[in-house]
Design a protein around this ligand. Structure first.
Ligand SMILES: Cc1cc2nc3c(=O)[nH]c(=O)nc-3n(C[C@H](O)[C@H](O)[C@H](O)COP(=O)(O)O)c2cc1C
Length: 182
């Protein structure tokens, strides 16, 4: 089955500064195939993103990719999950109406009985305010580095930060969610 071409997706989005905030008890869940095509999502996913289930199922997950997200964040995501590891990260997502919402995301590969990856599952919770304060400017810096030097430049910047903190990417993300400062 080919990836859906969506009516709302095809329209150029007017990116706005309208933020939607996830409830403290909400979990946004989605599941994708091996290429990132959405095969399941829950109601709160559809509500936050502003799409119908019909529009979401079968679409590539990048339909909610926000232009403020640095490429390196998705590179780390895919490198980890394709090597059978978990990923933790902060993601700014784009709503159908051009607004945005931040999430603290967890993504894991799903395995068959032989240990082969058969799909990926993501569960997201509300991102803490302190993490938002730290991560938004960091992502701007990474984006800036990508504009001049591509993903290798943002990767280098991030590697230096992780080295200075003596942490893995996932460790840094979790520490920021619970109040650490950059
Ligand atoms: C299970 C799963 C969940 C994902 N969730 C999101 C998400 O919420 N927002 C997002 O922008 N990308 C998400 N991605 C990453 C997208 O597949 C994609 O790599 C990203 O949007 C960048 O798109 P691009 O590589 O086409 O630029 C997810 C991937 C997987 C496997």
């Amino acid at each position: 089955m080919s990836t859906k071409s969506l009516s709302k997706l095809d329209q150029p989005k007017n990116v706005t500064n309208n933020e939607k905030v996830l409830g403290a008890d909400d979990f946004i869940v989605s599941k994708t195939d091996l290429k990132g095509k959405i095969i399941y999502c829950n109601e709160i996913f559809a509500k936050m993103a502003g799409y119908s289930f019909d529009e979401l199922i079968g679409a590539n997950h990048n339909l909610i990719r926000h232009p403020d997200m640095p490429k390196v964040a998705f590179k780390i995501l895919w490198d980890l999950i394709q090597s059978k590891k978990e990923f933790f990260g902060f993601v700014k997502n784009l709503c159908a109406d051009g607004g945005y919402y931040w999430v603290f995301a967890y993504i894991t590969p799903d395995f068959d009985q032989h240990g082969n990856i058969i799909s990926y599952t993501s569960v997201r919770r509300k991102m803490s305010d302190s993490a938002k304060k730290a991560v938004a400017p960091l992502y701007n810096q990474l984006l800036e580095a990508e504009r001049s030097g591509g993903v290798s430049a943002s990767q280098q910047l991030l590697d230096e930060l992780l080295k200075e903190k003596n942490m893995s990417y996932n460790q840094l993300v979790i520490s920021l969610q619970i109040g650490a400062k950059l």
